[in-house]
Design a protein around this ligand. Sequence first.
Ligand SMILES: NC(=O)c1ccc[n+]([C@@H]2O[C@H](COP(=O)([O-])OP(=O)(O)OC[C@H]3O[C@@H](n4cnc5c(N)ncnc54)[C@H](OP(=O)(O)O)[C@@H]3O)[C@@H](O)[C@H]2O)c1
Length: 90
Amino acid sequence: MRTLLTGSKGQLARCFRDRLPDNWELIATDSTSLDITDAEAVRNMVQNFQPDAIVNAAAFTAVDKAETHVGTAFAVNATAVHNLASAARA
Ligand SMILES: NC(=O)c1ccc[n+]([C@@H]2O[C@H](COP(=O)([O-])OP(=O)(O)OC[C@H]3O[C@@H](n4cnc5c(N)ncnc54)[C@H](OP(=O)(O)O)[C@@H]3O)[C@@H](O)[C@H]2O)c1
């Protein structure tokens, strides 16, 4: 199983990695190696790695800041998810 993991430095991603079966191939990306708001970067990563599954553990999780950083919150938690889904479908 080839799995692409986003947001790999976060809490959820670390728990996921700890429980990953040994025979699963993982490409773990963080916000530096793959900014999921960058549609082209997401498309290229998915095309190159050809994962069987994408686990999106990236998120804008600063709930209070979401009220003052609406654009960023929406980009990470909504638009970027569309980027991942579109790349998966392609
Ligand atoms: N923790 C829990 O107990 C729990 C339980 C249920 C559900 N969840 C859900 O799981 C998701 C992740 O939660 P978490 O607790 O693991 O949050 P977290 O520790 O804050 O991790 C989120 C990760 O997302 C990365 N990220 C932010 N913007 C990004 C971008 N544009 N591109 C790529 N990566 C980006 C962050 O990297 P940087 O720090 O470098 O920005 C960070 O490593 C959320 O949707 C949350 O609601 C969490």
